[in-house]
Each structure stands twice: as C-alpha cells, then as structure tokens.
Design a protein around this ligand. Structure first.
Ligand SMILES: NC(=O)c1ccc[n+]([C@@H]2O[C@H](COP(=O)([O-])OP(=O)(O)OC[C@H]3O[C@@H](n4cnc5c(N)ncnc54)[C@H](OP(=O)(O)O)[C@@H]3O)[C@@H](O)[C@H]2O)c1
Length: 266
C-alpha cells in the first residue's frame, strides 16, 4: 500500500492506539487524536480533539489538510460505553454516549468529506460493535449508538456511490482495552430488582473484555482491510463464538435468539 495520510480518533489508549502504531510501523503518516493526548508519542502526531465538539474536529482536520494536503483514510474510533438499567440511566450520561458515538462520527464525516470529495478518493472506517446487531440487556444505549453509527455509514455509502470514497463499519467483539474503566455506570443502584443482576452483568462484561482479542490483533485485521480497493459494508472481527452469534441470529426466530442472549445475563 502506498504511503497514506491517516487520521484516527481516540488514539490515547486501546484499539485506536494499536491501529495508530501499526499504521506508523507500516510507513504511513498518522495523525492521532483524543481529549487527553500523550505529551510525547514517537509514533503518531497527536492532536487534542473532543469529538463531541464539531469545531474541535474541524480544526484538527483543517490542520492536517494544511500540512499534508489530503486525508486518505479516516478511522472513527473514539467511543464510550455505558451500562445500567434503562429505567435508571442518567440522561446526561446517555447524552455523553450519544454525543461521542453518534454525533462524534457525524462531526468526523462532515469535516473530512469535502476534501475527500474534492480528491474523489478516501476510505472511511467506523469502529462499531457486534452489539450494534445484537441488543444486550443493560447496554441498550450503547447498542443503539453503535447501530445508529452503522446506519449512518450504510446511508453514506449509497450517497457516495458515484465516488471513489469507500466506507465500512467494523463490528468488533470484545477487545482487551481500557473500555471497562471508562464505561459510564449508574451510580448507587440500590433497587433490589436490578442491583444484583447489574453487578453480575458488570462483572461478566469486565471478564469478557479481559478475555477478548488483543487490540493489536484487531488492529491487524483492520489494517489489512485498508489495502482493499473497495471496503465491505461491514466487517466482523471477534472470537469465533461472538462471530457465530451473528450467524445464529440470522437463522433462529427473534424470540429464540432473545432467550439465548437473556440466558447469558442471569
Ligand atoms: N473494547 C471492546 O471490547 C470493544 C468492542 C467493540 C467495539 N469497541 C469500540 O472500539 C472503540 C475504541 O474503544 P477501546 O476499547 O479502545 O476503549 P478505550 O481504551 O476506552 O479508548 C477510547 C478512546 O476514545 C477516546 N475518546 C473518548 N471520548 C472521546 C471524545 N469525546 N473525544 C475524543 N476522543 C474520545 C479516548 O481518549 P480520551 O479519553 O483521551 O479522549 C480513548 O482514546 C470504541 O468506539 C468502542 O466502542 C470496543
């Protein structure tokens, strides 16, 4: 693959950091971004960006375009998790997740598209989740935010079908990152109807993430995709059982599938 100018959001930790390092190792010009960029990063030019703030994203994109003249690849990776019963979710927390996972994606797309259309070239990758396809108890808002991102990417693909700009959602399974520590939670949940099951679900998610794929392994799959001339609509990366769950969802009834998922949350 010839040298690409790559802009990635959420590179201060986890998957974004791993993708940025891999792209740098392969000789590309990499601009990373986050709210708390490391003061020194040998791999990546780090920019301070809050994806919930449209102007902040626009400023970063303007800066890269001024320096490099183009952005070949954008990877929308910055994201935030949330867990809790729908009945008790704090609306301010829900807004934070939505503004990060959905509006953040829109801000990135609106900032890069004029230049990509001008060059009639570009690749857009949005980091989604298997949870965008499978609703999970106590994670409804996270699932919905990732599903919204997938739909935005699918619509955009059709809007840009006359161009050489290609877009893809990565539906990832569990990845060992700091997502557990950063996930928003309902505070002081005492209602006995929910308290124990939410505690167990929290622990279960933490365990699954800790057993998940390494960020490096996921980054490698995403990096390989970049060499494809046209990106697929979605690309699933995850452990075999998580990939299998998507196949099962296609072949069994909604009711049966719901029972299978619910049985993992008791
Ligand atoms: N880990 C998993 O199991 C898993 C599974 C499926 C999908 N994903 C998705 O993978 C992506 C990366 O998550 P991760 O697992 O690597 O989690 P992570 O380690 O918590 O990384 C999240 C990154 O997003 C950045 N970020 C969060 N809010 C931001 C904002 N408002 N503006 C700019 N940057 C922001 C964080 O940096 P700052 O805090 O410094 O801003 C951090 O660099 C997310 O979209 C997540 O939903 C993760």
């Amino acid at each position: 693959m010839k040298k690409q100018v790559i802009f990635i959001t959420g590179t201060s930790s986890g998957l974004g950091k791993a993708i940025a390092e891999l792209c740098y190792e392969n000789g590309h010009i990499v601009y990373g971004s986050s709210r708390n960029p490391p003061s020194e990063n040998p791999y990546v030019k780090e920019l301070k960006v809050d994806v919930t703030d449209q102007q902040s994203v626009q400023n970063a994109v303007n800066y890269i375009l001024e320096k490099e003249g183009r952005i070949d690849v954008v990877i929308n990776n910055a994201g935030l998790g949330i867990i809790g019963p729908i009945e008790y979710l704090d609306v301010a927390d829900v807004n934070r997740v939505w503004h990060t996972n959905v509006n953040g994606l829109l801000h990135v797309l609106q900032a890069v598209l004029p230049s990509m259309r001008h060059h009639n070239a570009g690749k857009i990758i949005s980091i989604s989740s298997i949870a965008s396809v499978i609703a999970l108890p106590f994670r409804g808002v996270y699932c919905a935010s990732k599903a919204a991102g997938d739909k935005i990417i699918q619509s955009l693909r059709m809007e840009l079908s006359q161009t050489n700009i290609s877009c893809c959602s990565i539906q990832a399974g569990d990845i060992r990152t700091s997502i557990n520590e950063n996930r928003l939670k309902v505070k002081d949940l005492e209602d006995p109807f929910y308290a124990d099951i939410v505690k167990r679900t929290n622990q279960h998610i933490d365990d699954e993430v800790n057993k998940g794929m390494s960020a490096r392994a996921v980054a490698l799959e995403i990096y390989r995709l970049l060499s494809h001339e046209k990106l697929p609509i979605t690309y699933v990366v995850g452990k075999p059982l998580q990939k299998l769950s998507l196949w099962i969802k296609r072949i069994v009834s909604e009711g049966v599938f719901e029972k299978i998922i619910a049985s993992y949350s008791k």
